[in-house]
Design a protein around this ligand. Structure first.
Ligand SMILES: *[C@@H]1O[C@H](CO)[C@@H](O)[C@H](O)[C@H]1NC(C)=O
Ligand SMILES: *[C@@H]1O[C@H](CO)[C@@H](O)[C@H](O)[C@H]1NC(C)=O
Ligand SMILES: *[C@@H]1O[C@H](CO)[C@@H](O)[C@H](O)[C@H]1NC(C)=O
Ligand SMILES: [Cu+2]
Length: 651
């Protein structure tokens, strides 16, 4: 398996990459730049003397959006790129340090200590050292022996702990244990009753308790075999063709930039669509990516209550990116791109094949019509749908999240997020639903295993620029109108009509979607079609899911933004992460809810949409031992953006 994967990887790489050193101002940091950053930090006299210096965040800083747009419009190839800067977040001597570096000058622009609530993401080094520490802890080994288990079959998993009103003194993880014996599905066999706290800065176990012995769920039926069936090689249609220059992707009528960082993973930026009539590319999306995730479990008991993960800010979606498998994760002809980031000591880390890009022949119909009204003729015109998909998979412990961005020739952008992987199961004495007398906070989905109720929230940062930066947001309600008396000969009593309302300020720009019928639109009030309609894109939400925790519950305070599915804010480069930048043990005083309390105007401004795709997950037996994918998402659809259906060629 490993060998054939390697061979395929090489083949794909050969036909996918030109040696082009095409640059875009939003390109992720490359290996040379990451090495340069490490060098600058290690040779800085103030920094190099600090003990236990670790790198927690390294990414490009900026550049200024105006500079990027100017560069794009002047269409220069690598000349006059805006200044290349990096933001670095370090931990040293118990402090969080923020640096801004100038990569051209090789100098430190600014340097400050962050003193407010919350901590940067954990490094993988810290997490793996915490695991090793726990596994070698004598009391823990005794607890395992007491249960008659073999230490060599134990897997420890470090979990972030959230915040519950306490005074936060340090960076800690809770380590929980699972048993591999007889299975590779570790999350199916939880060793319950043991609780361990590790201070990751001192790398010491600060709390240990072994309270109760719960039966270990069996190994039988937990295994999920990798599919050995080789995908059939399709008689694939000849593709439209994907052109990749550096990180710029050109396909059909789309131009876009595909970026990556350790926190967000996949980042789509400067996406524009060709208008054949106007003979120009028109801006649609300046930048889009998942900005935070929130997975609160609904079990308030002592071993589970703290499981309220904010994976993106605590662990990182890019950090947890999986290498995609050719022909299974992505179809034939997919082009792969590596994910490059900085590790704990600033070293270059590469996730091979972190992103794939491919044409999708869905078997769907892009548009069609059969005309029977022309005498003597039966006219049928159909166009099959061919789209471009950009994909990554992030595996955060037990869950695998598949993130898709699909670009259609109709101008639509469809964003999908799929959940699969294994559930984080809770061990229980029960082997039959009828035995259950006490609340188990979920469902018995396998012998001795409860699938605990939980939610998944994915909050997207969507900086739309419809035909330019000055945009407005419109909520257009559909309301029933009564037909007035004395209206002539109609026998109708009612009809519906739209009532578009421009959303003025942030206080009005947060929505619980689906309560009443309404269209949600981003328009450019300064641009019209030839017919005089305002150009725009419609935001098509997925099913409406709202957080179901009380407002005073600590996880809900940290993720208060999940109460509304959609928020609109004026663009501000430093407002990018919905729950704030420092999420580990955050207290809810940064992020969307805080920013929007300023009640800024969102009319005819550069605006950003924040949309949360969410799922309430009440597990079932089919989720065991591995969960079939469950998909959610949303779509952006042109609305009076083109003069007519853009898929029809000019006549
Ligand atoms: C559950 O496990 C018990 C033994 O631990 C076994 O007798 C029983 O058949 C199992 N039930 C199912 C549904 O697999
Ligand atoms: C941008 O947002 C940050 C954080 O909310 C705020 O401190 C800063 O003042 C804002 N900048 C502008 C220009 O509004
Ligand atoms: C927000 O600003 C608008 C316009 O100035 C004002 O009418 C509204 O009352 C403000 N809302 C809040 C909650 O401050
Ligand atoms: Cu789930």
């Amino acid at each position: 398996m490993a060998i054939s994967f390697l061979v395929l990887g090489i083949i794909v790489l050969q036909c996918s990459f030109s040696a082009s050193d095409f640059l875009h101002p939003l390109d992720p940091l490359n290996a040379t730049e990451i090495n340069q950053i490490r060098f600058l930090v290690q040779n800085n006299t103030a920094l190099c003397s600090l003990p236990n210096l670790t790198f927690h965040f390294v990414d490009i800083e900026g550049p200024n959006k105006d500079d990027v747009l100017e560069w794009l419009s002047s269409n220069t190839n690598g000349t006059s790129l805006p200044p290349r800067r990096a933001k670095v977040v370090l931990r040293a001597a118990g402090q969080t340090l923020e640096l801004i570096l100038d990569l051209a000058a090789g100098s430190l622009i600014s340097h400050s200590v962050y003193t407010r609530h919350g901590f940067p993401p954990f490094t993988f080094d810290e997490l793996s050292r915490a695991i090793k520490l726990a596994e070698s802890f004598p009391h823990f080994q005794q607890s395992i022996a007491k249960r008659g288990l073999d230490m060599a079959q134990v897997t420890c998993v470090p979990l972030t702990v959230g915040w519950y009103g306490e005074v936060v003194t340090g960076r800690i993880v809770k380590v929980v244990a699972f048993y591999r014996g007889g299975t590779s599905n570790i999350f199916a066999r939880s060793i319950a009753g043991i609780s361990m706290l590790v201070d990751v800065e001192s790398m010491k176990i600060t709390q240990y308790a072994d309270t109760s012995i719960v039966p270990l769920p069996g190994a039988e039926g937990t295994e999920y075999q990798p599919s050995v069936k080789k995908p059939e090689l399709c008689p694939c249609p000849i593709g439209i063709g994907i052109t990749i220059e550096g990180n710029m992707v050109k396909w059909a009528n789309w131009n876009l930039h595909v970026g990556f960082n350790a926190r967000a993973g996949l980042i789509i930026s400067t996406a524009s669509v060709l208008d054949e009539q106007r003979k120009q590319f028109r801006q649609v999306l300046y930048r889009g990516h998942v900005s935070e995730t929130f997975v609160p479990y609904m079990d308030p008991t002592s071993e589970w209550y703290y499981r309220t993960f904010m994976d993106m800010g605590e662990y990182g979606f890019g950090r947890c990116a999986s290498s995609l498998m050719p022909l299974t994760d992505c179809p034939e002809h997919a082009v792969f791109k590596d994910g490059i980031m900085a590790g704990a000591v600033g070293q270059v880390e590469v996730v091979p094949n972190a992103i794939c890009i491919f044409e999708r022949y869905s078997g769907n119909i892009a548009w069609r019509h059969t005309e029977i009204g022309v005498p003597g003729k039966l006219i049928t015109r159909v166009e099959p749908e061919v789209t471009l998909v950009v994909r990554m998979v992030s595996t955060i412990g037990n869950y695998d999240y598949i993130l898709d961005w699909e670009f259609k020739q109709s101008g639509c952008i469809k964003v999908g997020v799929s959940l699969t992987g294994t559930l984080e199961l809770k061990a229980t004495p029960y082997t039959d639903v009828n035995q259950i007398k006490q609340e188990v906070y979920g469902n018995l989905i396998a012998n001795n295993s409860v699938g605990v109720n939980h939610d998944h929230f994915f909050t997207y940062h969507l900086d739309l620029d419809i035909d330019g930066q000055e945009n407005s947001f419109i909520q257009s309600k559909l309301q029933i109108q009564k037909v007035k008396k004395g209206w002539g000969t109609t026998r109708r009593k009612s009809y519906w009509k739209t009532f578009p309302e421009i959303v003025e300020t942030e206080a009005d720009a947060k929505f619980q979607i689906g309560l009443e019928p309404a269209e949600l639109l981003v328009v450019n009030p300064n641009q019209e079609t030839l017919l005089g309609n305002q150009v725009g894109y419609q935001f098509m939400p997925g099913p409406s899911v709202t957080a179901l925790m009380s407002d005073d519950d600590y996880p809900q305070i940290r993720a208060a933004y999940t109460k509304y599915q959609l928020w609109v804010t004026p663009y501000n480069e430093s407002e990018r992460w919905a729950a704030g930048f420092y999420v580990d043990r955050s207290q809810g005083d940064d992020g969307l809810t805080t920013w929007t309390s300023r009640n800024r105007s969102v009319v005819n401004k550069d605006i950003v949409l924040w949309y949360t795709v969410a799922f309430h997950h009440n597990p079932s037996q089919e989720d065991y031992p591995v969960m079939p994918t469950l998909q959610g998402g949303f779509e952006l659809r042109p609305k009076n953006f083109f003069e007519r259906n853009p898929m029809l060629k000019q006549q």
